[in-house]
Design a protein around this ligand. Structure first.
Ligand code: NDP
Ligand code: HSE
Length: 434
Protein backbone atom coordinates (compact mmCIF):
# COMPACT_ATOMS: atom_id res chain seq x y z
CA UNK A 1 0.00 0.00 0.00
CA UNK A 2 1.43 3.35 -1.07
CA UNK A 3 1.00 6.14 1.51
CA UNK A 4 0.21 9.47 -0.11
CA UNK A 5 1.04 11.69 2.87
CA UNK A 6 4.74 12.46 2.55
CA UNK A 7 7.43 11.82 5.14
CA UNK A 8 8.92 15.22 5.86
CA UNK A 9 12.68 15.63 5.88
CA UNK A 10 14.71 18.43 7.47
CA UNK A 11 18.12 18.85 5.85
CA UNK A 12 20.57 20.30 8.38
CA UNK A 13 23.47 21.60 6.30
CA UNK A 14 23.60 22.13 2.56
CA UNK A 15 27.29 22.16 1.66
CA UNK A 16 29.32 19.62 -0.32
CA UNK A 17 27.24 16.66 0.90
CA UNK A 18 23.91 18.33 1.73
CA UNK A 19 23.55 19.96 -1.69
CA UNK A 20 23.97 16.55 -3.34
CA UNK A 21 21.47 14.97 -0.95
CA UNK A 22 18.92 17.66 -1.92
CA UNK A 23 19.65 17.19 -5.63
CA UNK A 24 19.18 13.40 -5.51
CA UNK A 25 16.06 13.67 -3.35
CA UNK A 26 14.56 15.95 -6.00
CA UNK A 27 15.70 14.17 -9.16
CA UNK A 28 14.95 10.66 -7.85
CA UNK A 29 11.75 11.57 -6.01
CA UNK A 30 9.55 9.09 -7.87
CA UNK A 31 11.96 6.18 -7.41
CA UNK A 32 12.39 7.00 -3.73
CA UNK A 33 8.60 7.04 -3.30
CA UNK A 34 8.33 3.58 -4.87
CA UNK A 35 11.18 2.16 -2.81
CA UNK A 36 9.96 3.59 0.49
CA UNK A 37 6.20 3.20 0.00
CA UNK A 38 5.57 6.92 0.61
CA UNK A 39 6.86 10.18 -0.81
CA UNK A 40 9.70 11.95 1.03
CA UNK A 41 9.45 15.71 0.97
CA UNK A 42 12.29 18.15 1.59
CA UNK A 43 10.51 20.29 4.18
CA UNK A 44 13.29 22.64 5.26
CA UNK A 45 16.99 23.30 4.76
CA UNK A 46 19.06 24.77 7.61
CA UNK A 47 22.23 26.63 6.67
CA UNK A 48 24.58 29.28 8.08
CA UNK A 49 24.51 31.72 5.12
CA UNK A 50 20.91 32.12 3.89
CA UNK A 51 21.78 34.47 1.05
CA UNK A 52 24.06 31.98 -0.71
CA UNK A 53 22.61 30.86 -4.06
CA UNK A 54 21.75 27.14 -3.88
CA UNK A 55 20.87 25.59 -7.19
CA UNK A 56 17.71 23.49 -7.16
CA UNK A 57 16.71 24.53 -3.62
CA UNK A 58 13.51 26.52 -3.15
CA UNK A 59 14.66 29.64 -1.21
CA UNK A 60 11.44 29.44 0.80
CA UNK A 61 12.76 26.24 2.43
CA UNK A 62 16.00 27.80 3.60
CA UNK A 63 16.40 28.86 7.23
CA UNK A 64 19.19 29.71 9.64
CA UNK A 65 17.11 28.46 12.57
CA UNK A 66 17.67 24.72 12.54
CA UNK A 67 16.18 24.33 16.02
CA UNK A 68 12.90 25.96 15.00
CA UNK A 69 12.77 23.72 11.94
CA UNK A 70 13.06 20.63 14.13
CA UNK A 71 10.53 21.92 16.66
CA UNK A 72 7.81 22.93 14.23
CA UNK A 73 6.01 19.60 14.66
CA UNK A 74 5.78 18.04 11.19
CA UNK A 75 9.32 16.71 10.61
CA UNK A 76 9.76 12.91 10.48
CA UNK A 77 13.46 12.57 9.62
CA UNK A 78 16.44 14.91 10.00
CA UNK A 79 19.59 14.59 7.93
CA UNK A 80 22.55 16.14 9.76
CA UNK A 81 25.33 17.13 7.34
CA UNK A 82 26.66 20.18 9.17
CA UNK A 83 29.64 18.42 10.70
CA UNK A 84 31.61 19.12 13.89
CA UNK A 85 30.44 18.75 17.47
CA UNK A 86 28.20 21.77 18.01
CA UNK A 87 25.54 22.69 17.01
CA UNK A 88 25.24 19.21 15.43
CA UNK A 89 25.04 17.39 18.79
CA UNK A 90 22.35 19.67 20.22
CA UNK A 91 20.36 19.53 16.99
CA UNK A 92 20.41 15.72 16.89
CA UNK A 93 19.34 15.58 20.53
CA UNK A 94 16.57 18.08 19.81
CA UNK A 95 15.45 15.94 16.88
CA UNK A 96 15.12 12.88 19.11
CA UNK A 97 13.21 14.89 21.73
CA UNK A 98 10.73 15.79 19.01
CA UNK A 99 10.20 12.24 17.67
CA UNK A 100 12.48 12.71 14.66
CA UNK A 101 14.81 9.93 13.46
CA UNK A 102 18.25 11.01 12.34
CA UNK A 103 20.65 10.24 9.50
CA UNK A 104 24.11 11.71 10.00
CA UNK A 105 27.45 11.73 8.18
CA UNK A 106 29.23 13.17 11.22
CA UNK A 107 32.04 10.79 12.24
CA UNK A 108 33.67 13.34 14.56
CA UNK A 109 30.49 13.58 16.63
CA UNK A 110 29.69 9.86 16.51
CA UNK A 111 33.21 8.92 17.63
CA UNK A 112 33.01 11.37 20.51
CA UNK A 113 29.39 11.06 21.65
CA UNK A 114 28.04 8.00 19.83
CA UNK A 115 27.06 6.22 23.05
CA UNK A 116 24.94 9.13 24.34
CA UNK A 117 23.33 9.71 20.95
CA UNK A 118 22.49 6.00 20.55
CA UNK A 119 21.02 6.02 24.06
CA UNK A 120 18.89 9.06 23.22
CA UNK A 121 17.65 7.44 19.99
CA UNK A 122 16.76 4.25 21.86
CA UNK A 123 15.05 6.12 24.69
CA UNK A 124 12.74 7.80 22.18
CA UNK A 125 12.26 4.68 20.01
CA UNK A 126 13.95 6.30 17.01
CA UNK A 127 16.68 5.56 14.48
CA UNK A 128 20.22 6.92 14.27
CA UNK A 129 21.82 5.85 10.97
CA UNK A 130 25.30 6.90 9.84
CA UNK A 131 26.53 4.89 6.85
CA UNK A 132 28.08 8.02 5.32
CA UNK A 133 30.21 8.65 8.40
CA UNK A 134 32.69 5.94 7.40
CA UNK A 135 34.27 5.50 3.97
CA UNK A 136 31.94 7.72 1.91
CA UNK A 137 29.88 5.76 -0.59
CA UNK A 138 31.09 2.33 0.49
CA UNK A 139 28.42 0.22 2.20
CA UNK A 140 30.38 -0.79 5.30
CA UNK A 141 28.53 0.19 8.48
CA UNK A 142 25.36 -1.69 7.51
CA UNK A 143 27.19 -4.83 6.25
CA UNK A 144 29.19 -4.93 9.49
CA UNK A 145 26.23 -4.14 11.74
CA UNK A 146 23.74 -6.37 9.99
CA UNK A 147 25.13 -8.79 7.38
CA UNK A 148 28.02 -9.88 9.64
CA UNK A 149 25.98 -9.78 12.86
CA UNK A 150 26.11 -13.58 13.08
CA UNK A 151 29.86 -13.85 12.55
CA UNK A 152 32.88 -12.87 14.65
CA UNK A 153 35.04 -10.08 13.24
CA UNK A 154 38.67 -10.39 14.30
CA UNK A 155 40.41 -7.74 12.24
CA UNK A 156 39.64 -4.68 10.15
CA UNK A 157 42.31 -2.94 8.11
CA UNK A 158 41.85 -0.24 5.54
CA UNK A 159 42.18 3.17 4.03
CA UNK A 160 39.33 5.25 5.46
CA UNK A 161 40.35 8.81 4.60
CA UNK A 162 40.04 9.99 1.02
CA UNK A 163 41.95 13.26 1.41
CA UNK A 164 45.13 11.67 2.77
CA UNK A 165 44.98 8.84 0.27
CA UNK A 166 44.66 11.45 -2.48
CA UNK A 167 47.71 13.33 -1.16
CA UNK A 168 49.86 10.22 -0.64
CA UNK A 169 48.89 8.90 -4.08
CA UNK A 170 49.84 12.20 -5.75
CA UNK A 171 53.14 12.39 -3.83
CA UNK A 172 53.97 8.82 -4.86
CA UNK A 173 52.75 8.78 -8.46
CA UNK A 174 53.44 12.34 -9.68
CA UNK A 175 55.98 13.59 -7.14
CA UNK A 176 53.52 16.39 -6.23
CA UNK A 177 54.25 18.37 -3.08
CA UNK A 178 52.15 17.91 0.05
CA UNK A 179 50.51 21.37 0.02
CA UNK A 180 49.72 21.26 -3.70
CA UNK A 181 48.00 17.86 -3.30
CA UNK A 182 46.10 19.01 -0.20
CA UNK A 183 44.84 22.11 -2.01
CA UNK A 184 43.55 19.93 -4.85
CA UNK A 185 41.80 17.54 -2.44
CA UNK A 186 40.17 20.52 -0.70
CA UNK A 187 38.99 22.01 -4.00
CA UNK A 188 37.43 18.66 -4.91
CA UNK A 189 35.38 18.72 -1.67
CA UNK A 190 37.15 15.77 -0.02
CA UNK A 191 38.74 17.55 2.94
CA UNK A 192 37.06 18.38 6.24
CA UNK A 193 36.21 22.03 7.03
CA UNK A 194 39.54 22.04 8.89
CA UNK A 195 41.83 19.72 6.85
CA UNK A 196 44.00 19.20 9.94
CA UNK A 197 41.39 16.59 10.83
CA UNK A 198 42.37 14.68 7.70
CA UNK A 199 46.15 15.09 7.56
CA UNK A 200 46.72 14.59 11.29
CA UNK A 201 44.63 11.41 11.26
CA UNK A 202 41.74 12.61 13.48
CA UNK A 203 39.13 11.88 10.79
CA UNK A 204 40.50 8.37 10.20
CA UNK A 205 40.73 7.83 13.98
CA UNK A 206 37.07 8.81 14.38
CA UNK A 207 36.11 6.32 11.66
CA UNK A 208 38.36 3.70 13.29
CA UNK A 209 36.58 4.22 16.63
CA UNK A 210 33.17 3.78 14.97
CA UNK A 211 34.26 0.66 13.06
CA UNK A 212 35.96 -0.89 16.09
CA UNK A 213 32.81 -0.44 18.15
CA UNK A 214 30.73 -2.15 15.49
CA UNK A 215 33.27 -4.89 14.72
CA UNK A 216 33.94 -5.93 18.31
CA UNK A 217 30.56 -5.02 19.90
CA UNK A 218 32.30 -2.80 22.40
CA UNK A 219 32.62 0.91 23.03
CA UNK A 220 35.69 2.51 21.47
CA UNK A 221 36.11 6.24 21.87
CA UNK A 222 38.23 8.55 19.76
CA UNK A 223 40.78 8.83 22.60
CA UNK A 224 41.19 5.04 22.61
CA UNK A 225 42.54 5.10 19.06
CA UNK A 226 46.29 5.49 18.65
CA UNK A 227 46.81 8.17 16.00
CA UNK A 228 49.62 9.44 13.83
CA UNK A 229 48.97 11.67 10.83
CA UNK A 230 50.76 11.74 7.49
CA UNK A 231 52.32 15.22 7.54
CA UNK A 232 55.78 13.79 8.27
CA UNK A 233 55.77 11.40 5.31
CA UNK A 234 58.51 12.60 2.95
CA UNK A 235 59.74 11.96 -0.56
CA UNK A 236 62.66 10.08 1.08
CA UNK A 237 60.16 7.74 2.78
CA UNK A 238 58.55 7.01 -0.59
CA UNK A 239 61.99 6.31 -2.06
CA UNK A 240 62.76 3.88 0.80
CA UNK A 241 59.37 2.25 0.37
CA UNK A 242 60.01 1.82 -3.36
CA UNK A 243 63.34 0.11 -2.70
CA UNK A 244 61.44 -2.40 -0.55
CA UNK A 245 58.77 -2.95 -3.22
CA UNK A 246 56.27 -1.01 -1.10
CA UNK A 247 54.21 2.17 -1.07
CA UNK A 248 52.91 4.25 1.85
CA UNK A 249 49.27 4.51 2.93
CA UNK A 250 47.52 5.95 5.97
CA UNK A 251 45.91 2.88 7.49
CA UNK A 252 43.32 2.23 10.16
CA UNK A 253 43.90 -1.15 11.81
CA UNK A 254 41.57 -2.70 14.38
CA UNK A 255 42.43 -6.04 15.93
CA UNK A 256 41.01 -8.43 18.46
CA UNK A 257 43.80 -9.83 20.67
CA UNK A 258 44.70 -13.49 20.12
CA UNK A 259 43.23 -14.39 23.54
CA UNK A 260 40.04 -12.49 22.61
CA UNK A 261 40.14 -10.43 25.81
CA UNK A 262 41.01 -7.02 24.41
CA UNK A 263 41.20 -5.05 21.18
CA UNK A 264 43.54 -2.49 19.64
CA UNK A 265 42.71 0.42 17.37
CA UNK A 266 45.28 2.52 15.54
CA UNK A 267 45.74 4.93 12.66
CA UNK A 268 49.17 5.66 11.20
CA UNK A 269 51.07 5.74 7.92
CA UNK A 270 52.53 2.36 6.98
CA UNK A 271 54.51 0.78 4.19
CA UNK A 272 52.59 -1.93 2.37
CA UNK A 273 53.85 -4.18 -0.43
CA UNK A 274 52.90 -3.10 -3.94
CA UNK A 275 51.35 -6.55 -4.38
CA UNK A 276 48.84 -5.83 -1.59
CA UNK A 277 45.36 -4.80 -2.86
CA UNK A 278 45.45 -1.65 -0.68
CA UNK A 279 48.56 -0.45 -2.56
CA UNK A 280 46.51 0.08 -5.71
CA UNK A 281 43.82 2.20 -4.02
CA UNK A 282 44.26 5.52 -5.80
CA UNK A 283 43.07 9.10 -5.36
CA UNK A 284 40.23 9.59 -2.84
CA UNK A 285 39.14 5.96 -2.96
CA UNK A 286 38.88 3.96 0.25
CA UNK A 287 39.18 0.22 0.79
CA UNK A 288 38.61 -1.82 3.91
CA UNK A 289 39.43 -5.47 4.64
CA UNK A 290 37.24 -7.17 7.19
CA UNK A 291 38.39 -10.54 8.49
CA UNK A 292 35.64 -12.57 10.10
CA UNK A 293 35.85 -16.05 11.58
CA UNK A 294 33.36 -17.76 9.26
CA UNK A 295 33.23 -15.38 6.30
CA UNK A 296 37.00 -15.13 5.88
CA UNK A 297 38.45 -12.00 4.26
CA UNK A 298 36.06 -9.48 2.74
CA UNK A 299 37.12 -6.36 0.90
CA UNK A 300 34.99 -3.22 0.57
CA UNK A 301 36.15 -0.69 -2.01
CA UNK A 302 34.84 2.55 -3.50
CA UNK A 303 34.83 6.35 -3.43
CA UNK A 304 35.61 7.43 0.13
CA UNK A 305 34.77 11.13 -0.09
CA UNK A 306 33.04 13.74 -2.22
CA UNK A 307 29.54 15.16 -2.38
CA UNK A 308 27.69 12.72 -4.63
CA UNK A 309 29.30 9.49 -3.32
CA UNK A 310 28.61 10.50 0.28
CA UNK A 311 25.07 11.55 -0.61
CA UNK A 312 24.51 8.04 -1.97
CA UNK A 313 25.21 6.62 1.50
CA UNK A 314 23.00 9.27 3.14
CA UNK A 315 20.13 8.48 0.74
CA UNK A 316 20.49 4.76 1.47
CA UNK A 317 20.05 5.54 5.16
CA UNK A 318 17.14 7.84 4.41
CA UNK A 319 15.31 5.04 2.60
CA UNK A 320 16.02 2.59 5.45
CA UNK A 321 14.90 5.02 8.15
CA UNK A 322 11.79 6.02 6.17
CA UNK A 323 10.82 2.36 5.76
CA UNK A 324 11.28 1.86 9.50
CA UNK A 325 9.05 4.88 10.19
CA UNK A 326 6.29 3.44 8.01
CA UNK A 327 6.64 0.05 9.70
CA UNK A 328 6.65 1.77 13.11
CA UNK A 329 9.91 -0.05 13.79
CA UNK A 330 13.54 0.86 14.33
CA UNK A 331 16.76 -0.59 13.00
CA UNK A 332 19.62 -1.93 15.10
CA UNK A 333 20.98 0.33 17.82
CA UNK A 334 24.37 0.27 19.49
CA UNK A 335 25.76 -3.16 20.41
CA UNK A 336 28.45 -2.84 23.10
CA UNK A 337 27.80 -5.92 25.21
CA UNK A 338 31.33 -7.40 25.06
CA UNK A 339 32.82 -4.42 26.94
CA UNK A 340 36.29 -5.38 25.71
CA UNK A 341 39.04 -3.03 26.88
CA UNK A 342 41.19 -1.24 24.33
CA UNK A 343 44.89 -2.09 24.82
CA UNK A 344 47.59 0.56 24.47
CA UNK A 345 49.69 0.93 21.32
CA UNK A 346 52.68 -0.64 23.12
CA UNK A 347 50.89 -4.01 22.94
CA UNK A 348 50.51 -3.91 19.15
CA UNK A 349 52.82 -6.33 17.34
CA UNK A 350 54.02 -5.46 13.86
CA UNK A 351 57.13 -4.90 11.68
CA UNK A 352 59.14 -1.69 11.42
CA UNK A 353 61.27 0.13 8.87
CA UNK A 354 63.78 2.38 10.64
CA UNK A 355 66.07 4.77 8.84
CA UNK A 356 69.12 5.95 10.83
CA UNK A 357 71.90 8.42 10.10
CA UNK A 358 75.04 6.86 11.61
CA UNK A 359 78.77 7.44 11.74
CA UNK A 360 80.49 5.56 8.91
CA UNK A 361 83.12 3.69 10.93
CA UNK A 362 83.91 0.14 12.08
CA UNK A 363 81.66 -1.43 14.73
CA UNK A 364 78.64 0.82 14.20
CA UNK A 365 76.53 -1.87 12.62
CA UNK A 366 77.34 -4.27 15.47
CA UNK A 367 76.43 -1.62 18.04
CA UNK A 368 73.10 -0.94 16.38
CA UNK A 369 72.35 -4.66 16.02
CA UNK A 370 73.15 -5.21 19.71
CA UNK A 371 70.74 -2.45 20.72
CA UNK A 372 67.92 -4.14 18.78
CA UNK A 373 68.83 -7.51 20.36
CA UNK A 374 68.89 -6.06 23.88
CA UNK A 375 65.27 -4.94 23.43
CA UNK A 376 64.17 -8.28 21.99
CA UNK A 377 63.58 -6.89 18.50
CA UNK A 378 64.76 -9.25 15.78
CA UNK A 379 66.23 -7.73 12.61
CA UNK A 380 65.04 -9.01 9.25
CA UNK A 381 67.23 -6.95 6.87
CA UNK A 382 69.84 -4.19 7.12
CA UNK A 383 71.00 -1.96 4.30
CA UNK A 384 73.88 0.45 4.73
CA UNK A 385 74.67 3.16 2.26
CA UNK A 386 77.44 5.77 2.42
CA UNK A 387 75.97 9.25 2.08
CA UNK A 388 77.12 11.10 -1.04
CA UNK A 389 77.64 14.19 1.10
CA UNK A 390 79.70 12.37 3.75
CA UNK A 391 81.57 9.34 2.35
CA UNK A 392 83.70 7.80 5.09
CA UNK A 393 81.99 10.00 7.71
CA UNK A 394 78.26 9.34 7.65
CA UNK A 395 76.05 6.57 6.35
CA UNK A 396 72.37 5.79 6.14
CA UNK A 397 71.34 2.58 7.81
CA UNK A 398 67.96 1.10 7.03
CA UNK A 399 66.79 -1.64 9.37
CA UNK A 400 63.65 -3.70 8.78
CA UNK A 401 62.57 -5.78 11.75
CA UNK A 402 60.60 -8.94 12.23
CA UNK A 403 57.34 -8.58 14.14
CA UNK A 404 57.84 -7.03 17.57
CA UNK A 405 55.72 -5.23 20.17
CA UNK A 406 55.50 -1.48 19.64
CA UNK A 407 56.76 -0.90 23.20
CA UNK A 408 59.94 -2.89 22.42
CA UNK A 409 60.50 -0.88 19.26
CA UNK A 410 60.02 2.42 21.14
CA UNK A 411 62.59 1.25 23.72
CA UNK A 412 65.02 0.34 20.95
CA UNK A 413 64.68 3.72 19.27
CA UNK A 414 65.15 5.53 22.56
CA UNK A 415 68.38 3.59 23.17
CA UNK A 416 69.57 4.13 19.58
CA UNK A 417 69.16 7.89 19.98
CA UNK A 418 71.56 7.76 22.94
CA UNK A 419 74.37 6.08 20.95
CA UNK A 420 77.22 8.45 20.02
CA UNK A 421 77.44 6.80 16.63
CA UNK A 422 73.76 7.41 15.78
CA UNK A 423 73.49 10.98 14.50
CA UNK A 424 69.74 10.84 14.03
CA UNK A 425 66.65 8.71 13.50
CA UNK A 426 65.45 9.87 10.08
CA UNK A 427 62.19 7.94 10.03
CA UNK A 428 60.30 5.11 11.66
CA UNK A 429 57.50 3.49 9.73
CA UNK A 430 55.47 0.40 10.40
CA UNK A 431 55.31 -2.26 7.70
CA UNK A 432 51.90 -3.89 7.23
CA UNK A 433 50.07 -6.20 4.91
CA UNK A 434 52.58 -9.02 4.61
P1 NDP B 1 30.40 21.65 4.26
O1 NDP B 1 31.29 22.52 5.08
O2 NDP B 1 30.55 21.67 2.79
O3 NDP B 1 28.87 21.96 4.62
C1 NDP B 1 28.44 22.26 5.91
C2 NDP B 1 27.05 22.82 5.83
O4 NDP B 1 26.57 23.07 7.14
C3 NDP B 1 26.96 24.14 5.06
O5 NDP B 1 25.81 24.14 4.26
C4 NDP B 1 26.81 25.19 6.17
O6 NDP B 1 26.04 26.31 5.78
C5 NDP B 1 26.03 24.38 7.19
N1 NDP B 1 26.19 24.93 8.54
C6 NDP B 1 27.32 25.21 9.18
N2 NDP B 1 27.05 25.67 10.41
C7 NDP B 1 25.71 25.66 10.53
C8 NDP B 1 24.80 26.01 11.55
N3 NDP B 1 25.24 26.47 12.72
N4 NDP B 1 23.47 25.85 11.34
C9 NDP B 1 23.03 25.38 10.16
N5 NDP B 1 23.83 25.03 9.13
C10 NDP B 1 25.16 25.18 9.33
O7 NDP B 1 30.64 20.17 4.83
P2 NDP B 1 30.47 18.80 4.04
O8 NDP B 1 29.20 18.77 3.31
O9 NDP B 1 31.73 18.46 3.35
O10 NDP B 1 30.39 17.76 5.28
C11 NDP B 1 29.23 17.65 6.06
C12 NDP B 1 29.37 16.43 6.96
O11 NDP B 1 29.55 15.27 6.16
C13 NDP B 1 30.56 16.48 7.91
O12 NDP B 1 30.21 15.82 9.11
C14 NDP B 1 31.61 15.67 7.18
O13 NDP B 1 32.56 15.11 8.04
C15 NDP B 1 30.74 14.61 6.56
N6 NDP B 1 31.30 13.95 5.40
C16 NDP B 1 31.81 14.70 4.37
C17 NDP B 1 32.33 14.07 3.25
C18 NDP B 1 32.90 14.83 2.13
O14 NDP B 1 33.49 14.19 1.23
N7 NDP B 1 32.79 16.16 2.08
C19 NDP B 1 32.34 12.59 3.17
C20 NDP B 1 31.76 11.91 4.29
C21 NDP B 1 31.27 12.57 5.37
P3 NDP B 1 26.51 27.31 4.61
O15 NDP B 1 26.31 26.55 3.34
O16 NDP B 1 25.61 28.44 4.74
O17 NDP B 1 27.96 27.59 4.89
N1 HSE C 1 37.43 14.31 4.76
C1 HSE C 1 36.96 12.98 4.65
C2 HSE C 1 37.92 12.19 3.80
C3 HSE C 1 35.60 12.96 4.02
O1 HSE C 1 38.76 12.79 3.12
O2 HSE C 1 37.87 10.96 3.83
C4 HSE C 1 34.99 11.57 3.97
O3 HSE C 1 34.70 11.10 5.23
Amino acid sequence: MMRTRPLKVALLGCGVVGSEVARIMTTHADDLTQRIGAPVELAGVAVRRPSKVREGIDPALVTTDATALLKRGDIDIAIEVIGGIEPARTLITTAFEHGISVVSANKALLAQDGAALHAAAEQHGLDLYYEAAVAGAIPLVRPMRESLAGDKINRVMGIVNGTTNFILDKMDSTGAGYQEALDEATALGYAEADPTADVEGYDAAAKAAILAGIAFHTRVRLDDVYREGMTEVSAADFASAKRMGCTIKLLAILERAADGRSVTARVHPAMIPLSHPLASVREAYNAVFVEAEAAGRLMFYGPGAGGAPTASAVLGDLVAVARNKLAEATGPGESAYTQLPVSPMGDVVTRYHISLDVADKPGVLAQVATTFAEHGVSIDTVRQQGRPDGVGKEASLVVVTHRAPDAALSGTVEALRKLDTVRGVASIMRVEGE
